[in-house]
Ligand binder design. Structure first.
Ligand code: GLU
Length: 384
């Protein structure tokens, strides 16, 4: 079998198994000079409807509110201050949904709008509520169209961009693939707009530093994250055992062709182990409220043996966080290698650093747990 045949085989097997997919569509795909590109949205609706008619579930993560709002009010440049951006997003979001509604109706399908903030997904109850709601919509064969709730977010509660949001939704809904539709054909070894000899990489089994560096040179439309944020998203998704594809949303029948197992875009292969949904939430959705620096022995016990974090392994604590907060664990080389939910608040962990578990009660006057982070609430992550 040639390398290409082998790749096609992998693709076919992988896409055949997909029952639930998250499809993220960027502003560069959805908009053109005159505002929203109705033709692209119609095409997308046709392709998504076709996948649904094959018995698959599709969740759309759609950008385009700000870009569409700008065109609607004749604004040439993306506003830089938050209130203007929020106002523009409000203007554009309704237009975006109108287009989806009209386009899906042609295929006897209905769409539902879901606007989320990172705060919503960091709160376990709201996270689960969002999941229940989306599950009902999927059961009813209605297409959830998700965007960031741009009109209320401020910097601290932003997802960053919709690439990041799409990774969180993939984890939230336990989807079997994330398809990122953008305005270039996939991931190239260098910026194809600047280098004629740039090569499209059809399949990636491991994202290395060279790729991350190459991605930094490929900007995105409308000043968003570009390839770099897509590669970070691919790292998160594949680390949790889910594949991701970056492909051009401007190519006709792109979803159809991907699901036929054709060699389009870049496929990022999943890591071997499938991470549970709750661990994904801890690792990739929650924001770390602080850090604990641990010694080599503790880092090894967590990394290699799946152990809990005990007070004796802690050397330093940064941040002022409460019980239940997510914190990042840093090894002696400065690498953030794990993330977990703490059983003690920062001030108490500072008092416990370096002590044996038998000394906890004496030092604090109480002891609820032996572990500062129990292994069930601890996840090995990637350095971000
Ligand atoms: N939420 C933004 C919008 O709808 C897009 C953010 C992004 O594309 O990353 O315009």
């Amino acid at each position: 079998m040639t390398v290409r045949q082998e790749r096609l085989q992998i693709r076919r097997n992988l896409f055949d198994r997909v029952r639930r997919a998250v499809v993220k569509v960027g502003s560069g795909v959805l908009t053109h000079e005159q505002g929203l590109n109705d033709r692209v949205i119609k095409r997308l609706a046709r392709e998504v409807s076709m996948l649904m008619d094959q018995g698959r579930q599709v969740i759309l993560v759609s950008s385009g509110a700000i870009a569409s709002g700008m065109k609607k009010v004749g604004m040439a440049e993306r506003p830089s201050d938050i209130p203007h951006k929020q106002a523009i997003a409000a203007i554009g979001q309704s237009r975006l949904m109108l287009e989806y509604e009209k386009s899906f109706a042609r295929y006897q399908k209905k769409a539902a709008q879901i606007l989320l903030t990172r705060d919503d997904l960091c709160n376990r109850r709201r996270y689960l509520n969002a999941r229940n709601t989306i599950n009902v919509l999927l059961d009813w064969k209605i297409i959830p169209v998700i965007n960031e709730n741009d009109t209320v977010v401020v910097e601290e509660i932003k997802f960053g961009d919709n690439d990041n949001l799409s990774a969180m939704i993939t984890h939230l809904m336990d989807a079997q693939i994330l398809i990122n539709l953008t305005d270039i054909d996939g991931f190239y070894d260098k910026n194809p707009a600047a280098h004629k000899d740039a090569l499209l990489i059809p399949m990636v089994s491991r994202i290395d530093r060279a790729m991350e560096r190459a991605a930094c040179d490929i900007p995105g439309a409308f000043g968003m994250g570009g390839m770099s944020s897509k590669i970070q998203t691919a790292k998160k998704v594949t680390t949790s055992g889910i594949p991701m594809v970056i492909a051009s949303g401007l190519k006709p029948n792109i979803l159809k062709r991907l699901f036929e197992g054709r060699d389009m875009g870049t496929l990022f292969l999943p890591g071997k182990e499938k991470m549970g949904s709750r661990k994904c939430w801890i690792a990739f959705t929650l924001k770390a409220k602080g850090t604990v620096k641990v010694n080599r022995g503790a880092a090894r016990a967590i990394r290699k043996d799946g152990g809990s974090l005990l007070p004796i392994g802690i050397q330093n604590v940064e941040g002022d966080f409460g019980v239940g907060a997510a914190v990042s664990c840093i090894d002696p080389d400065g690498v953030a290698f794990a993330r977990g939910l703490v059983n003690y608040r920062a001030a108490d962990i500072r008092k416990l650093m370096g002590l044996k578990t038998s000394q906890i009660e004496q030092r604090l006057g109480y002891k609820h747990y032996d572990e500062v982070i129990h292994r069930d609430n601890l996840v090995i992550t990637i350095d971000d």
